[in-house]
Write a protein that binds this ligand. Sequence first.
Ligand code: NZQ
Ligand code: ZN
Length: 385
Amino acid sequence: MNNFTYSYPVKVCFGDGVAKDSLKAELQKYGKNILFAYGGGAIKRVGIYDEIIAVLNECGKVVTEFSGIMSNPTYTKVQEGARLAKDNKVDFILAVGGGSVIDCCKIVSAQAKLDQDIWDFEYQQHGLPTEYIPMGAVVSAFGTGAEMNNGAVITNEVLKQKSPLWGAFYDFAVLDVGYTMTMPQKQVISGSFDTLSHCMETYFGSPRETNLSDEINEAVMRNVIKNMRATLKNPDEKFVRSELIWAAAMGENGILKLGKVTDFQCHMLEHQLGAYTDCNHGFGLAVIHPVLYRHIYKSAVSQFAKFAVNVWGVKPDGKTEDEVAIEGINALADFIKEMGLPTTFSEMGITDTDWKSIADSTIITGGCCKKLTKEELLNILIECK
Ligand code: NZQ
Ligand code: ZN
């Protein structure tokens, strides 16, 4: 393992029906002026909005609403939120939604305390924000684990770049199983595949010798696969849902990443696909993963073989390491089909876009077992069509 320092700032309130009481207990620690942030209206349709407004009123808060945060949140939306937070002298941000709302607010919280443009500050001056408006997250759509970390993925429409920005950690995250039961099945599966992707992107980072982080990771991956199968059969089963929600949090709370440099090359490519097509994140990952892995597995063949045996139950006897590794990637591809996830970009409705610009603008990661060239990324994209 590489050396590490571990400390974790997010208080997690987990369970079925925990939202109301957890919010009452947590919100009293903060000032009166609350920015209540949410997405396109799903939480209003399913009753979450009413329940949270009632808690905020009961706690005597003054509420400013920041609504309409879209999937793949834009930098313009971040600036709108930061202006609202400043103009209304907001003491605390309450983000209620999926990864998009939760990410957007991380940067709103930092931008509202920063006098300069945060994109320039982070990308041109290589600065990291140090002041934030404190925040709490209520996860109404799970999968990204965004509530557990301080990275946000924001689409800069002018630069055509969907990239990470660093913001604040949430002071607390409420993972109320009941709140997620109204999620469309498509989002449950896409979000859970995102969780599996985070685990794989961590597992295939370096170093790739067997260590405790990887062994815990294998258990989380097996659990996600098992529970994705179960949720497909029984979408209303709360125990299965609770397992998937906690697995998503485990993927991004830092535990699996201890002592490792993560890979995340698949994510970087998918994010740029998102910048050009505004596609669903989990769907994009499902298409790219098997194609990318067939391109790179020879650079980490032992780790891919271990993944095949320990995660997918491939029998290694009488086979070469190469054959075992490929069987694991095939098992992943079969699973993607079994889950009804897309296997090509055209199944996602993406038939034509600027493939070369996507490849050229993709960040190349240091943790990937093979340092890919722009040409290789373009070939992978073409193969995914
Ligand atoms: O927009 P509304 O109307 O609110 O509907 C939402 C949205 O359509 C809906 N929804 C939320 N709660 C619901 C519900 N529908 C019914 N019942 C409920 N209780 O679900 C959808 C959620 O959309 P979104 O937040 O976009 O999905 P997801 O959670 O998959 O987040 C995707 C974003 O997270 C980023 C992705 O790049 C993408 O921008 N990621 C963030 C990460 C991080 N910070 O760690 C890691 C990931 O790798 C990912 O990149
Ligand atoms: Zn992801």
